[in-house]
Ligand binder design. Sequence first.
Ligand code: ATP
Length: 361
Amino acid sequence: MTPTGKDLDLRGITKLFGGYTAVEDLALHVPAGSFFALLGPSGCGKSTTLRMIAGLEHPTRGKVLIGEEDVTGTKAHQREVNTVFQSYALFPHLSVLENVAFGPKRKKVPDALDRARKVLDLVELGHLAQRRPAQLSGGQQQRVALARAVVNRPHVLLLDEPLGALDMKLRRQMQIELKHIQEEVGITFIHVTHDQEEALTMADTVAVMNAGRIEQIGPPGELYDLPRTAFVANFLGKSNLFEAEVLGGSASSGDLTIRFGDTSCSLAAERAVQHEGSIIVGIRPEKIVLSRAGEQPSGDRAGWTCVTGGRVNATSYTGVSTEYEVKLPGAGPLTVFSQNLRTEVLAAGTSVDLWWDDANL
Ligand code: ATP
């Protein structure tokens, strides 16, 4: 199928409800045919943003563009945008096929049923076309809801927590399927979620929202490895954040020498958002290697920073990995994830050293 998606541009959109600012001066560009996720905690303004794209809510300020066209003043039903909600809102008295064909039939598309059958095949429900929604599982109903939106060939498809009603295992499976379907149809997908794993798994680009604003936009790997704010670092999985002091170096002279507690290490200047005074440094729990105090961990650790004097506070074994809480003298506890690859599980109370490559700070 040829891509049918269009670019989406939000230009400084703001939404006030009375005196309350739900979305503030939000700007973003989503290229045609990409999978874009709006990620953030409850109440940060994700759904309000989506509703402004759909035309269900009017921005107080700013513009919404689909392709080159300014649709800010266009009514919802005149925008080539469809929305899939968490509640699938299927017609209970119609068959799966009739549910999917409903939109094209209403628009008097001559091959409405054929189109509906093709889209049902795409979501692998062709064999259930004659069933009623009540005779389907949650995941199957979700796919009917998706098919019903895709069949209209919108330029932009909005997904508001569409997997929220599914159990974890089905949810993970549907994430992969949804991504696959998006690649097939080439429609621009805007997906709203508060689930960071979901956003990282599915989207080409993720915008992290906080209190009505975008904190950072980027590809999943960049947001995870190079968060620009403590909020982004914490929202996208666990991060160990420390307050540190810059001892030397500057943005122009290469690496910075930084110190927290008794440890000094080096931070690549391009990784630093701020270069002077007191800074926040972060390291992901899986980037730290633990060893028994005074022992060298396996592998080449040349040039790695070693922090001594740690003590395991708590150990939780999860099968694939073990999560440790480690207390350092004069610092808050750190979290360390260790893959269980022939390594022993260290019990609470064990004295340990922590090792990391400064490139991961
Ligand atoms: P969730 O994940 O819980 O759905 P969200 O990020 O989608 O949250 P929004 O639904 O966009 O958040 O709401 C953003 C803020 O705007 C919230 O504080 C909410 O209470 C407020 N809000 C949303 N709609 C209205 C409304 N119609 N009138 C007044 N306040 C509203």
